[in-house]
Unconditional design. Structure first.
Length: 324
């Protein structure tokens, strides 16, 4: 049987295709590249999209960069900091881009799962580690990704070409074949096009962008039945994958609680009786908890762990701190 893990990726394309187009160190894969021209104040004055082979000098890993002190010029001689000066410039640029969009800093936590040993065995060991979001490297990656996706959305919009656009209005996000504002990001139009090996929407959008670069007929024209079907199907499929990922993480959280023999957990109240656990990526309602103010910290006792449902049954013990 196949054991699916939260950290494992189920690739959309065959391994041979992924290998041929992955931006691996030492290779020169074909890619759709976006170039930005900046003035002395790091304002974008022009952009250009090219189809080319890109020599990849080195792969920079987020976890490794988080551990390096590349923000301080005095540390530039340290091993692994050879790209420090370029990263500092990119960080300054990313900060300006975030400020221009009115981006608010949100302290989120990422959870990484690892199973040591045979995942099918009862004695395998589960490790769950956390990583704080919003680091300088995160800011660089997210803002430049948004910049590329906004720029490419505008390229399709200017040519009156359809695509798989992300549109958000009144707090609701959906896929649309026509461009529209994304209120959450505070941009006039937005799509996903930076991960064509990972998401089908990005692959479709890059097909359209290749036609823009070549000034040729786009594969999907307005009213394309194939494109409209992909747009209609995407949100349902995306939601299903999200639900599967959430259930998978929840199961391994239950295994971790059993392994560590955890009898009590702390959580913070989101609203009413809905809480977010402090140590694990779990959000659920506590039905016997009296009303607490949002942000209050509470202690919960573990009553039962059901791996088959799966379900975590907890009881309210007490509130230990008021809203943060």
């Amino acid at each position: 049987s196949t054991v699916y893990m939260p950290g494992h990726k189920i690739t959309m394309l065959p391994d041979a295709v992924v290998s041929a187009f992955s931006l691996d160190e030492g290779k020169s894969p074909a890619a759709l590249s976006l170039y930005a021209t900046l003035d002395a104040a790091l304002n974008v004055t022009a952009t250009e999209t090219r189809v080319e082979r890109v020599p990849i000098a080195s792969n920079l890993r987020i976890a490794a960069l988080d551990a390096l002190s590349w923000l301080e010029p005095a540390n530039d001689a340290d091993p692994g900091n050879q790209h420090a000066a370029a990263l500092r410039t990119l960080y300054q640029l990313a900060q300006q881009m975030a400020a221009a969009r009115g981006e608010q800093t949100v302290n989120r936590v990422d959870y990484n799962f690892a199973v040591i040993g045979n995942a099918d065995a009862a004695d395998c060991r589960i490790e769950i580690t956390t990583r704080q979001r919003g680091s300088p490297v995160d800011t660089i990656v997210s803002e430049l990704m948004i910049f590329a996706n906004v720029t490419w959305a505008k390229a399709l919009a200017d040519k009156h070409l359809p695509g798989m656009f992300r549109v958000q209005a009144a707090g609701k996000t959906k896929m649309s074949s026509l461009p529209g504002p994304h209120e959450g990001l505070n941009v006039p139009h937005y799509l996903w096009a930076t991960s064509p090996l990972r998401r089908y929407s990005d692959l479709v959008n890059q097909r359209q962008l290749l036609a823009v670069v070549d000034d040729s007929s786009a594969p999907y024209q307005r009213g394309s039945a194939e494109l409209l079907a992909a747009v209609a199907d995407f949100d349902t499929t995306y939601s299903a994958y999200g639900d599967f990922q959430q259930q998978m993480e929840f199961y391994w959280c239950l295994r971790f609680i059993q392994q560590e023999q955890i009898g009590k957990l702390t959580a913070h109240v989101i609203r009413e009786n809905l809480v977010r656990f402090d140590r694990l990526p779990i959000v659920q309602r506590i039905h016997d908890m009296p009303g607490q103010a949002p942000g209050a910290q509470v202690i919960l006792s573990v009553a039962e762990v059901d791996l088959f449902e799966p379900a975590l049954h907890v009881r309210f013990v007490e509130a230990v701190a008021g809203p943060l």
